[in-house]
Design a protein around this ligand. Structure first.
Ligand code: GBH
Length: 502
């Protein structure tokens, strides 16, 4: 842990020196935080009381123990063991050994000042064959984890699907290509809600529809700083457009059936919503004209996922783009997909595009990223901190969800343990500080954001990129399993305790 802050102390003095003038320019009308406000704090409004300062992980990325206590195989066990799929041949066989070290990890999150933890449940631990007979030892693990979290004063938020589909469903039905998978997902969701819902009050159905559908069933190619980047995820298929559209439909249908099953089987005070990686079109110029155009673009960019979940229908533009390859669905499907939600979770990493208003076409046009536009460490991660303002703001304005969670934001960095034993992830601190200041700006304007989960609580298995791409606020030595909180963990702790960035 970073304890010696000599350089930061110097910085504090500098901040204190500038605080008076900035307070003066803000004017007296601004709400003031506490009476014990130090001179180094500004008078910007806080996040709402009870804001969840959270950290996030996912089962396959941290747990290891792929065969423990009767767990079945997932498509990620298969994919990671297929030569050439994951960088350096890395697999999640051991990962962070969290299945056995969860108590230590909960203690570590408590030390970091986390108020909430978003973890995912491995479906094949609960239903080793995807459906049919449940494996009680699987749910026992998550039950112990939840008890440990509650004892530490950390609120558990559980994701039901973070990409580790039971291999049995892939083998039997072609996985997400079949309606059997959403049906099985509904049953699994109901079972989990029934068994954990006395203590877990927030469930996310599915993580990043967009990512596992597109990257898992076709592969996604994008240009970053003038270079093509291709991303694939399990099961690594390359489907034709009609089949891909059907997979998209089955993913949102699974979400809907999951919400219905949780309502039917779980305690009435359970809250549920999706955790989607919202594709955000950021207005490149801050005028009402351009911000309205950007909102229209964001709505269309999310038509096949958040759009249908929150509007109960596919947009005309989506259906006409798909043409003869459009998904096949019934009205009953649409009703299930649009089941009322308690909140919407969004993962927010970067602007997907910048836009301007335009007289042509749909009323907006894309403004290309300059080749020199800065990026963070991972291949796809262009930097645009203002997306943490626009994404929740547009979400609220387009679809008016009751509550909003930022279910992930964070970045990879080239972290190394320094000679003094600490890890100085200055770029991650920069990223979080600038992004979360934008989120605070949204909250101050009345956007109903209830919490934020930093991805990730600790370094982990970064899917096709393996262990070299570190997203944690805690460094993990994968040879020894030693955990070392980075500079960003100290930064997070301070922000969480003040409930403010600026
Ligand atoms: C999330 O993926 C995952 O939920 C998580 O498991 C993962 O470890 C973490 O974030 C870090 O990658 O937006 O144009 O770049 C989200 C990141 C979002 C990255 C979609 C690739 C591709 C299109 N992914 N993105 S683009």
């Amino acid at each position: 842990m970073i304890t010696q802050f000599t350089r930061l102390d110097v910085a504090k003095v500098a901040i204190a020196a500038t605080a008076t003038s900035s307070d003066a320019t803000r004017g007296a009308a601004q709400p003031v935080r506490g009476t014990d406000m130090g001179p180094e704090q500004s008078a910007a409004p806080q996040f709402p009381n009870g804001f969840y300062w959270g950290v996030a992980t996912a089962a396959y990325q941290i747990e290891g123990s792929p065969e423990a206590d009767g767990k079945g195989k997932s498509i990620w066990d298969t994919y990671a063991h297929t030569p050439g799929k994951v960088k350096n041949g890395d697999t999640g066989d051991v990962a962070n050994d969290h299945y056995r070290r969860y108590k230590e990890d909960v203690a570590m999150m408590k030390d970091m000042g986390a108020k909430a933890y978003r973890f995912s449940i491995a479906w094949p631990r609960i239903f080793p064959n995807g459906a049919g007979e449940a494996n009680p030892k699987g749910i026992d693990f998550y039950s112990r984890l939840v008890d440990e979290l509650l004892a530490a004063g950390i609120e558990p938020f559980a994701t039901l699907y973070h990409w580790d589909l039971p291999q049995a469903l892939q083998d039997k039905y072609g996985g997400w290509q079949s309606r059997e998978t959403p049906k099985a997902f509904g049953e699994y969701s109901g079972y989990v809600a029934k068994n954990l819902g006395d203590r877990v009050k927030h469930f996310f159905t599915i993580n990043e529809f967009h990512s596992f559908v597109e990257m898992g069933h076709q592969g996604v190619e994008l240009m970053v700083q003038g270079k093509p980047v291709r991303i694939e995820l399990a099961p690594g298929l390359k489907l034709e457009p009609a089949a891909l559209n059907q997979v998209r439909h089955h993913a949102v249908l699974a979400h809907g059936l999951s919400v219905q099953a949780i309502r039917a089987m779980g305690q009435p005070d359970i809250k549920v919503g999706p955790a989607e990686v919202i594709n955000t079109a950021v207005p490149v110029i801050d005028s009402p004209h351009h911000t309205k155009a950007a909102e229209a673009a964001t709505r269309e960019l999310n038509a096949a996922y958040l759009g249908v979940m929150l509007e109960g229908m596919y947009s005309d533009a989506y259906l006409s783009r798909a043409g003869k390859d459009a998904p096949k669905f019934t009205d009953e499907d649409l009703r299930a997909i649009a089941s009322p939600l308690d909140f919407v979770g969004i993962n927010v990493y970067r602007p997907i595009i910048y836009v301007m208003a335009s007289d042509d076409g749909p009323g907006y046009r894309e403004v290309p990223f300059n080749v020199s536009h800065p990026k963070m460490f991972s291949s796809w991660h262009l930097l645009g901190p203002e997306v943490l303002y626009w994404a929740p703001k547009q979400l609220q304005s387009i679809w008016e969800p009751k509550e909003i969670y930022i279910t992930e934001n964070g970045c990879a960095a080239s972290d190394q343990v320094a000679a003094d034993g600490d890890v100085y992830d200055s770029d991650r601190v920069m990223y979080l500080r600038n992004g979360l200041a934008q989120l605070q700006r949204a909250a101050a304007e009345g956007v109903r954001v209830k919490g934020n989960f930093v991805w990730s609580a600790m370094d982990n298995f970064e899917w096709s990129s393996g262990y070299g791409t570190r997203f944690g606020m805690v460094y993990v030595d994968f040879k020894t399993q030693k955990r070392t909180p980075k500079l960003s963990a100290a930064w997070f702790k301070e922000a969480a305790s003040r409930n403010a960035i600026v």
